[in-house]
Every structure is written in C-alpha cells, then in structure tokens.
Design a protein around this ligand. Structure first.
Ligand code: NIG
Ligand code: FE
Length: 414
C-alpha cells in the first residue's frame, strides 16, 4: 500500500540520515523542502523531495494520492515524559494552589501523588486502560505519535505492576509508539511514612526484579528532589535498575539543586527532566554526557515555578528536549503544540528550536531517534498535515488553535 502526498507547501524536519540530536546552535536550524512530495509505503517513509523530482510509478501500482496544496507536513511529536495512566483528576488541589498552597504543602497533607495513588488503588485495570486510552486518542489528534508513560501512582508492588500492565496493553492496542518507565520511587507511600529507607529497599529488592522479570518497563525513573528521594537513594535505585537492564530517565532539579542531574549522568541516564534549578556545575556535567536535558514547560507554567535557564544551556552547547509531563497534578494537558508555544513565549526559544526540541530531540529522550522524530527514509510514517497556513511560525504563535487537519500513524490516517 502506497500513499503519495503531493503539492506540500513545506515538508518540515527532513533529513537524509537520522541524526542523534541537535545541540546548541544547531537547534536553530530546521530543514524543509518547499513544494514537496512525500511517499509512504506500508508503515514507513519511502521517499520525499521537491515536486519536480517526483518518481515515475508503474501504471498498475495502487497509489493513494493526497493533494495537500497550501498545507504543511511535519513529523509527529514525540512526547518523552508523561504520567497519563491515572485515575481521577485533581482540580480541588488546583483550587488550593490558587488560594496559595504550594505543591510541597499539598503533598505533605496527603494530597498530590498520594491522592492519585489512593485512587489508582481502587481503580480496575480495565478502567485505567479505558481512561488512558481516551487521553491517548486526545493527544494523537493533537499531533503526538510517540509517548513515554510512567508508572508511579501505584507505590506498592502490586499496584505498580498493575499500572505497567495497563501501559503494556496500551502499547499493544494503539498505533502510537509507547515506551514504559517504572517510577516506583515517585513518592513514599503513607504506610511507609518515616520508613523511607525501607520503601527504597522494597523498590530495589522486590519491585525492580519483578518489573524486569515480566519485561514491563523500558526505563527506570526516580523523583530525585528536595522532600522526595535523595541522591544516595537515587544512586542505589539506578544501580539496581542498571543490573536489570533498565536505563534511567529521571525527575531532577525541579524543586532545588538536588544533585539529580549529576547522579543521572553518572548512570548514563537517557534523560534528566524538569531542570528548573540548573547552574554551571550541572551544565558541565551534562556537556560530558549522552543524557538529554528535558524541560517540561507545562508543569512550570501550571505550578508557577521558576523557569529553567534554557537559553544558557543551549548557549553552552547542550541539546534540549521538551515534553508535556501530562499528569493530574502538575500538568493536566498533553498538548505538545501548546508546549511549543510555552517554549517560545516563556523560554524565548525560536519556532525552529521548539520544533527540534519536540521531534528529533524528544525522540532521543525516549530512545527512538533511529525510527521516529523526523521525515527520513526508512523511519516510521508518523506525521500530521496542517490546515492552510502561510508560515510554520504560525503553529506555536496561534497557541490555542488546533491547526491539524490530518494525522497519519504507521502509514495510516487515524
Ligand atoms: O513530573 N514531579 C514529580 N512528578 C510529577 C507530578 C505528579 C503528580 O503531581 O501527580 C511531575 O510533575
Ligand atoms: Fe513527571
């Protein structure tokens, strides 16, 4: 089965060879072809180029031709950090926040992650699956073609496995590319209050081996921050993960200079995420690593947090990825187009930089840069067609308009 897009006003984020990531000054470059064609065969990108170089086809070949005059095509977003399996929303805490309580104060009162954990405990696997599936459909229509999903609302062996099984079922039943991350060390559950050390032991000695044995996770995460897990605990957990083949993707430096970045780098983490608190030492450590610094502009926006020094990091030569952090407490949205707008407005990133940060770089941050994140021959055909627009800069500029007309995942329109 072949699909041929013709008259594409701009075919954006094209590359002949899949790059690892774009760092520093390179992030300002976005390659595109004007007046282009794009050929899809089965679930892969077969060919592309200017309309003047369109190949000849045999007359008996069945090709579906799609004329997209006036429209642009971009690779689907890769959302490399979400918690989109959860039960129930937390708008009451949202009101508490409006009235002045901080994220940490809400957590101390048994709200926050523990509130979601109680609700997850009583929800059935099927209910969790159906709710998550609705969110997946929503983000697919917003242009996301790959998503990482974390556990971390279970906080007991049984419930963590329950969450990961839901993610596994999502993997098997949606056309999106999904990666699963085990986040047992998201918070200390109420029944371990005052016994954090023992909970960490449980994560290491019971949860990680079971998760690995059932092959339920691709990566491992720890919330390494003030009031949550220490650097020593994170070190122990990442070491145990490494032993079981789980690479780190960790929550770090959201609430303080937690040391999370350095311990992540020590274990060759794929990404360190949040990064509101980053200074020269953290930048130095990242520069010597293969770890993708990932910013979650939705969480900083929703919680009114200080902004990560993104420009300083890029000026130092670092790559940056952006992700949604879709979760009920700090970022109840998985709209990556809005994340791009926040990147531009709050972090002063250019449209080219935010497109790179939500495609090639975020693909790297979830370990799929060889198959996703750009328009490249042989990569999976995950893309979206815009409405009629004059410039791609219009996409992050029109920050609440859904400018997506068609979505293709694995070579098929959804
Ligand atoms: O990435 N920071 C830690 N975890 C999530 C929030 C989870 C929640 O509040 O439910 C985050 O922001
Ligand atoms: Fe998160």
């Amino acid at each position: 089965m072949k699909t041929l897009f013709i008259n594409i006003k701009k075919l954006i984020q094209v590359e002949d060879n899949a790059r690892k990531w774009l760092a520093g000054k390179e992030m300002a470059n976005l390659s595109f072809i004007e007046n282009a064609f794009l050929l899809i065969e089965d679930e892969f990108i077969k060919d592309f180029g200017p309309m003047t170089e369109i190949p000849d086809f045999n007359e008996d070949e069945t090709i579906v031709e799609v004329d997209v005059s006036g429209r642009m095509i971009l690779p689907s977003f890769c959302d490399s950090h979400t918690h989109l399996v959860y039960s129930g929303s937390r708008e009451i805490e949202y009101v508490d926040k409006i009235k002045g309580l901080s994220y940490e104060e809400i957590a101390k009162r048994g709200g926050g992650i523990l509130n979601s954990s109680n609700r997850l405990h009583i929800a059935s696997e099927e209910e969790l699956y159906q709710n998550a599936m609705e969110r997946i459909r929503e983000i697919a229509n917003f242009g996301t073609g790959a998503v990482e999903i974390k556990s971390g609302y279970g906080l007991s062996t049984e419930d963590e496995l329950k969450m990961l099984r839901v993610i596994k079922k999502l993997k098997e039943t949606t056309p999106l590319e999904i990666k699963a991350t085990f986040l047992g060390a998201h918070a200390v559950p109420a029944n371990y209050k005052g016994r954090q050390y023992e909970y960490v032991d449980l994560v290491i000695n019971e949860m990680i081996p079971k998760v690995a044995e059932e092959k339920l996770a691709d990566y491992i995460d720890v919330f390494c921050d003030k009031g949550f897990f220490t650097v020593d605990e994170t070190d122990r957990i990442l070491k145990a993960g490494e032993k079981h083949g789980l690479t780190g993707k960790i929550h770090a430096n959201e609430l303080d200079y937690s040391g999370g970045i350095q311990v992540g780098v020590k274990y060759n983490a794929l990404s360190v995420d949040h990064l509101e608190f980053v200074g020269d030492t953290e930048i130095e450590s990242l520069l010597k690593s293969n770890t993708m610094p990932t910013i979650l502009p939705g969480a900083a926006f929703f919680l009114n947090m200080p902004l990560s020094p993104v420009r300083k990091m890029m000026d130092a030569g670092l790559p940056i990825a952006l992700a949604s952090d879709y979760n009920p407490g700090s970022s109840p949205s998985g709209n990556m187009k809005f994340i791009m707008s926040l990147g531009c407005i709050n972090y002063k990133m250019t449209p080219e930089e935010v497109i790179n940060a939500t495609t090639i770089n975020s693909a790297y941050a979830m370990g799929i840069e060889k198959t996703h994140g750009s328009i490249c021959r042989g990569k999976v055909a995950n893309l979206y067609v815009t409405t009629e627009i004059d410039n791609y800069e219009f996409i992050p500029y029109a920050y609440t308009s859904n400018l997506i007309e068609k979505v293709m995942l694995r070579g098929e329109f959804i």
